[in-house]
Design a binder for this molecule. Structure first.
Ligand code: BDR
Ligand code: CA
Length: 318
C-alpha cells in the first residue's frame, strides 16, 4: 500500500488524478493539501472539498498557500480550467465537508512525522506548500519515502514550456519553491511536459470512461468538455495527461524511462521558471548545479499502457 499525500490545485486534470488515486486499491490517501494555481486558493480548496464529499474520500483536506514564496499569485488561468476550476460544471452552493484547521504545510509535516519512512507525496500544483514544510521542519527530508512531481519541461525531444517557451505552469507559478524542493535530498522524481504532453486522451477514450467507469467516469466526461475545448483551440484534438502521469509513476514506475541528475530552477530573468537538469556524470566547469542532490526526471513514457492503467483502475472501482 502507498500512503499518499496529494498536493493539488484542482483543476480539471487534478480532479482526474485525484479520482485515479481514490480508485486505486494500492493507495491509502492520507491527506489532500491545496495550493493556488488553476484557481485562487479559495477555489481550489472548495473544489478539493467538493471532490472529497462527492466521491466519499475521507482523507483530511488542508488549505495551503495562496501566494508564491515571493511575489503575487497572478490571475488564475480560467481559459484552461474554467471560472470555477472544474470546467464550469454546476457545483452545489454549499458543502458539508470542511477543511482541516491546519495549514497544508503543517498537515504535511504532521503526517510525515506520524508515518516515518512511509509517506509518498504527489505534488501537482505550485511547490509552495512543500517548500514551506521544508522551511518549517527540514527534519522531514529523510522521513519521506518519495516525492513525485508533475512539473517542469526539460527540453527532452524539443519540448518547450506551456506558460513561456521556457517554463511549465506549476514551476513558473513559484520557481523559488521548486528550486528549494529540488535542493532537498529526498527521493524525488519529476514528470514534466516532456512526458505529460506525450500521453493524450482523445474524446473516444473519455466517452468510454463515461460509459464504463461509473460516477467517476461520468464526472470526468463532464469536466473534460471544457478542457478538451481549450486543447482544441491550441490545435490538439485530445487532452494532455498531466497530473495523472505523476500518479501513474507512483503506481507503476516501469511506465517511464528516467534520467538522474541535479536539478535547478531559474528564479529570475527571461527564463523565469525554467527547469534544467545536469545529467549525472556529465562534466562541466564548477556551476550552480554542484553540491545538489541527484533526482530523476522522466524522459519517456509508455502512454498506451498508462492509459490502460488509468481506465482499468477507474473501471474496477465503479
Ligand atoms: C500543470 O498546470 C496545471 O494547469 C495542471 O493542473 C498541471 O498540474 C500542467 O502544466
Ligand atoms: Ca495541477
Amino acid at each position: 500500500m502507498h500512503k499518499v499525500i496529494f498536493d493539488t490545485d484542482p483543476g480539471i486534470d487534478d480532479a482526474m488524478a485525484l479520482l485515479f488515486l481514490a480508485a486505486s486499491p494500492e493507495v491509502e490517501l492520507i491527506g489532500i493539501t491545496t495550493t493556488f494555481g488553476n484557481g485562487t486558493i479559495e477555489t481550489t480548496t472548495r473544489n478539493a472539498l467538493y471532490l472529497a464529499e462527492r466521491f466519499g474520500i475521507t482523507a483530511p483536506v488542508a488549505q495551503g498557500a495562496g501566494v508564491p514564496l515571493v511575489g503575487e499569485a497572478g490571475e488564475p488561468p480560467t481559459f484552461v480550467h474554467g471560472h470555477n476550476g472544474l470546467g464550469d460544471i454546476d457545483l452545489p452552493p454549499s458543502l458539508t465537508r470542511t477543511a482541516d484547521p491546519r495549514p497544508a504545510h503543517r498537515l504535511i509535516i504532521d503526517l510525515v512525522r506520524a508515518h516515518p519512512g512511509e509517506v509518498e507525496i504527489i505534488a501537482v500544483g505550485r511547490m509552495t506548500n512543500l517548500a514551506l514544510a521544508l522551511r518549517e521542519d527540514p527534519g522531514i527530508v529523510p522521513l519521506v519515502k518519495q516525492v513525485v512531481i508533475m512539473g517542469g519541461a526539460f527540453g527532452i525531444g524539443g519540448v518547450l514550456g506551456n506558460v513561456t517557451p521556457a517554463a511549465e505552469a506549476n514551476i513558473w507559478g513559484d520557481p523559488l519553491a521548486a528550486d528549494e524542493v529540488t535542493a532537498a535530498a529526498w527521493p524525488l522524481v519529476m514528470a514534466g511536459l516532456d512526458v505529460t504532453q506525450r500521453t493524450r486522451m482523445p474524446t473516444a477514450y473519455l466517452r468510454a470512461l463515461a460509459e464504463e467507469a461509473g460516477e467517476a467516469g461520468r464526472f470526468i466526461w463532464e469536466i473534460s468538455r471544457f478542457y478538451e475545448d481549450f486543447h482544441r483551440q491550441g490545435g490538439v484534438d485530445s487532452i494532455y495527461v498531466h497530473d495523472s502521469s505523476a500518479v501513474a509513476y507512483l503506481l507503476d514506475p516501469t511506465l517511464f524511462e528516467t534520467r538522474r541528475g541535479a536539478i535547478r530552477v531559474i528564479t529570475e530573468g527571461l527564463a523565469f521558471g525554467q527547469t534544467v537538469q545536469k545529467p549525472a556524470g556529465t562534466g562541466f566547469p564548477p556551476s550552480a548545479w554542484d553540491h545538489r542532490p541527484e533526482h530523476l526526471i522522466c524522459t519517456s513514457v509508455d502512454s498506451d499502457r498508462l492509459k490502460r492503467l488509468y481506465a482499468d483502475t477507474l473501471r474496477q472501482a465503479r
